[in-house]
Design a protein around this ligand. Sequence first.
Ligand SMILES: Cc1cc2nc3c(=O)[nH]c(=O)nc-3n(C[C@H](O)[C@H](O)[C@H](O)COP(=O)(O)OP(=O)(O)OC[C@H]3O[C@@H](n4cnc5c(N)ncnc54)[C@H](O)[C@@H]3O)c2cc1C
Length: 390
Amino acid sequence: MSKHFFTEEHNLFRTSLKEFLQREVVPYIPKWEEEHRIPKSIWKKMGDMGYLGLMYPEKYGGMDLDFIYSLIYLEETAKVGAAGFSASAGVQSYMAFAHIYEVGSDKLKNKYITPGIAGDKLGCLGITEPGAGSDVGAIRTTAVDNGDNYVVNGSKIFITNGFQGDFITLAVKTDTTKGVNGISLMVVDLDSKGVSRSLLSKVGYHSSATAELFFEDVLVPKENLVGELGSGFYYIMESFQLERLMASIGNVAASEYAIDITLKYMNERSTFGRTLDKYQALRHEMSDLYADVFMAKSFIYQIVKQYDNKEYIVEECTIAKLKTSELVKRVTDECLQMFGGFGYMDDYEISRAFRDARVAPIVGGTTEIMREILSKIIFNDTKYKSTYKQ
Ligand SMILES: Cc1cc2nc3c(=O)[nH]c(=O)nc-3n(C[C@H](O)[C@H](O)[C@H](O)COP(=O)(O)OP(=O)(O)OC[C@H]3O[C@@H](n4cnc5c(N)ncnc54)[C@H](O)[C@@H]3O)c2cc1C
């Protein structure tokens, strides 16, 4: 599959990225996991290498490369052995910038995307609130026009990069009487007066500093509105496709990583005078996992091509997110079993992979919401149209 998929340039890029990650990231993962944060200096190093702006135009400091480079980037960052790191990296380049890039003004792009790509500013995307996750339309954070600025009040929860971030693309209600048509997006500098944050303690994703953010009479310049007033909900729904594709790539790569470390362990660990990889029952179980991951990967590669060809692929991204999230949860669970009691020990990489994978069916739209979207396609013949391309 991959032989014909990647060019020589893609392969060279993967090799140098892997070397970079092995040198600058992998040795520090245990420290970052323990400290529950990633030092911001790594983003600068990654920015200097061009990794944070692979698909963005050169005029914002990007590399202007096809999406296959992003596929490679998302695969390799998912294989460093800590989904907290890959989530932070993914949010920075693909979620915090997404709306600004698609519908934001040139001024906003220069102010946030350019330093973001350089690794000088860390970004986040703020949609979820304590009272509104799956139900995006129920958000309650408000932005009131006071003539010169918007005045923002409310809170956001579970925000990746939120504790250390410099800016956030924030979903707010600019009109509380219009339902989803009253939702807008604006960029908020997180050092603004009235912003406070608290770090959240989680089951996994430890290196990613997930935060709850509070906004109290925060003044946001009107020029920080992203796209059109009242169109935020539709922008959010649209960019969920990229987020779900990105998550699916990470889920498959994390499954491959779990299988790799498990096969290695099975070759080393002996019981009853034989290494684990000699037991037929275990070989078959691993073969089954391998086959499921192989199939999922083939599908993901197909839809990556479609995404790269600018197709609007709601059904495909939904299926990918649904199936790969459940897959990585099962793969890491069954791989952990191969390690016996050692698999349950924090020091073992498989235990981190297992903890990290548990969030896959929750973030970026839950498994149940993916089934709900598919149900609408199957039962109601719902068709989804791109907002950006209208
Ligand atoms: C580690 C982590 C990082 C995150 N990063 C970010 C981030 O950077 N930015 C951001 O904005 N958000 C982020 N999130 C939030 C995440 O996207 C939400 O948690 C997710 O969308 C689910 O929302 P919720 O937690 O409010 O659950 P709820 O919406 O309250 O759902 C609770 C349960 O009910 C089910 N359910 C809800 N509605 C339906 C329905 N109609 N039919 C059937 N079942 C339903 C859900 O599937 C779920 O099982 C993050 C979350 C985590 C845990």
